[in-house]
Design a protein around this ligand. Sequence first.
Ligand code: 6PG
Length: 623
Amino acid sequence: MIYILYGVSGVGKTTLGKAWAKELSLPFFDADDFHPASNKDKMRAGQALTDEDRWPWLAELKAAFPQWEKEGGAVLACSALKEKYRSFLLREQPIPLHFILLDASKDIISERMKERDHFMPITLLDSQLDALEKANYGSTLNVEKSIEKNISQLKEKIENKADLGLFGLGVMGKNLAINIANNKFSLATYNRYVTGSEEHIAEQLAAAHPNLPFIPTPSIEVFVESIALPRKIILMIPAGKTVDLVLDQLTPFLDPGDIIMDGGNSHFEDSIRRTKALNEKHLHFYGIGISGGAKGARKGPALMPSGAKDIFPQITPILDRIAAKDTHGNPCSGWIGKAGSGHFVKMIHNGIEYGEMQLIAELYHALRFHANKTVDEIAHLFETWQKTDTASYLLDISAKILRTKENGTPLIDLILDKAGNKGTGNWSAKAAFELGVPFNVGSAALQARFISAFKAERLSASTSFPLSKGSANFDLSQLQQSYQMARIINHAQGLKVLQQASETYHWELNLVETTRIWTNGCIIRSQLMEECTKHLALSNEHILNNLLDNKDYNKRIKALTHFVHKALGAACPVPAHSAALNYFLGSHSEQTSANMIQAQRDFFGQHSFERIDRKGSFAYPWE
Ligand code: 6PG
């Protein structure tokens, strides 16, 4: 942190700056020493400096910041009177600057200048006071008070402050707060007040965990003031308009260099927009994809942070500590890429999640209603698979769900077959379509949720047009191969979207690192994800083919074909499995049906077509 005391010449920047530097055991610098000799001469001769004179001086100062910061920070006395000068010092550099305005009346300043025989003629004071633009950030000290008083005021600003702040104590927010505090970071907490439903939430959380270093705060202003500079604030609030509203409420109280992290499932384009808007105010924005549900948030989630790379070291220690750990003990967190990329990666994570969930749901449904299996038999099957390469968090919880009974009735039978969605699956399909990348499994899973939502229509259609449902006669020994094949296709498709997005948006995503982050803490953690990391480390070309074991792929594709064939034959919808199969068949066919599409387009729209016997673009007089 570099503290910059600013104000008109003669206000006492050097005296107070030296005292403040002594208090913090930091070096003190006087910006006047960085003026070129020509500027100093001009000032001595009583001539006001122009902007032209000031830019080289400010550039010289700014160039010194990295070294000062490396050595632990500094205190600088600088007459950065205008916002554009301060803005120049703040712009495009990661070092937090805390501006401290020294304010006093003209009489007091003139008196002090006379006392100290200041090099600037007193006649220039009026022009300096006219030029002074007070910043709406940082601190203001009235230097008419004593130096001791000013120093104690400044100390109050930085002492006994929380390491970071967390805004929004819903289920995820609360659990993440406990995780952060358990990791010994003191945490200022804030939650809005809603009479009757959200009253004193921060205080209650602190009271429930008296041994944790929580600092509950009653208002946004107090919340911000309770956090150490430069502030690190995690937002755990619903994605969408709420994030913009909260940013509008927070920013007036923030200081340049403060870092806001959005831990919700925000849309990546919103995160890019917010990064730009906050950067204009010299604030930093980090979009952080967080996966793992409530338990993950508390015990260690997978984190997908993105934003300016030079800011990342400031938040890495916190993120690394609270994240889940991979099999080598490394944090399931790491810099994903530039603004927006972390939320994009989380969105595709959820797209894969939708596919994984739907594949399991289809298996359960097919076995239960078309192969006459009981919930316990299916649970047992899943538990057996859990000991093999199909093991995953989602398969594990699905077995547990099937084992859950309420008064002897499987709970699953009491749950309505109508699935909602919060939007990330939908966005990931849209993003894939916009990038022109096939996303069959994720979108089939999304469509299946949409179909499920029309419960009343389904009920009436099922009586008006009853299906002739039957037994599927599955070869159970092949089921696991079929399931794994569909999963591999689902994962490969999601990763391919990331690969294309990285190219299109110039993100330079590292898929090995992304899948490594996904090996623990997140909802799609699995044995297959470990395999993905290993395979991608060898090559990230032809992801699907790389993930397929050459020896087994034929067996697996046959198994998947068998499952889809039998299920559809028994009027059992298996949209995710069949989407996977169709994708595989299409993407591994030398000849597709697209020649007919080309011809049709040309027939009705003269769109032209390519030929296999000649190069070029051709139109045909069809009629
Ligand atoms: C996670 C989950 C989490 C949440 C999603 C899914 O990774 O922890 O994906 O983010 O469950 O909001 O939401 P929907 O299924 O409601 O779309």
